[in-house]
Design a protein around this ligand. Structure first.
Ligand SMILES: [Zn+2]
Length: 112
């Protein structure tokens, strides 16, 4: 049974798993199950490329304007218990202490 995903780097399907990591013998790329190619869905990443998951806490890395609010979201604001947006790895939803129902771009967030 061929269960290994195609290599996310070179796209070849000679990949194999040692139980922890997938490896591609063609280009030498190794990656963990749960990354985009293995998990079956897009992986949400913060500004540093760290994967974000439902319920994580993130910190805003720059002042952001919030649509519908006169109060900007300040750099350093902690967003707790984030929700991932289905089929949209570039945004997450969450609440700050002052503003509810935020939709934030993940490139302006850092995992707390
Ligand atoms: Zn490869």
């Amino acid at each position: 049974m061929h269960t290994s995903p195609d290599c996310p780097d070179c796209g070849k399907d000679n990949t194999w798993s040692d139980g922890t990591l997938f490896s591609c013998p063609d280009c030498g790329h190794e990656w963990a199950p749960g990354d985009a190619a293995a998990g079956g869905g897009p992986v949400v990443r913060d500004c540093n490329g760290n994967p974000l998951e439902q319920g994580d806490s993130v910190v805003v890395i720059k002042d952001l304007k919030v649509r519908g609010s006169s109060v900007p979201l300040k750099q350093g604001t902690m967003i707790r218990n984030i929700r991932l947006v289905a089929d949209d790895p570039e945004h997450i939803e969450g609440h700050s202490d002052r503003i509810r129902d935020l939709v934030l771009k993940t490139c302006f967030l850092r995992k707390a």
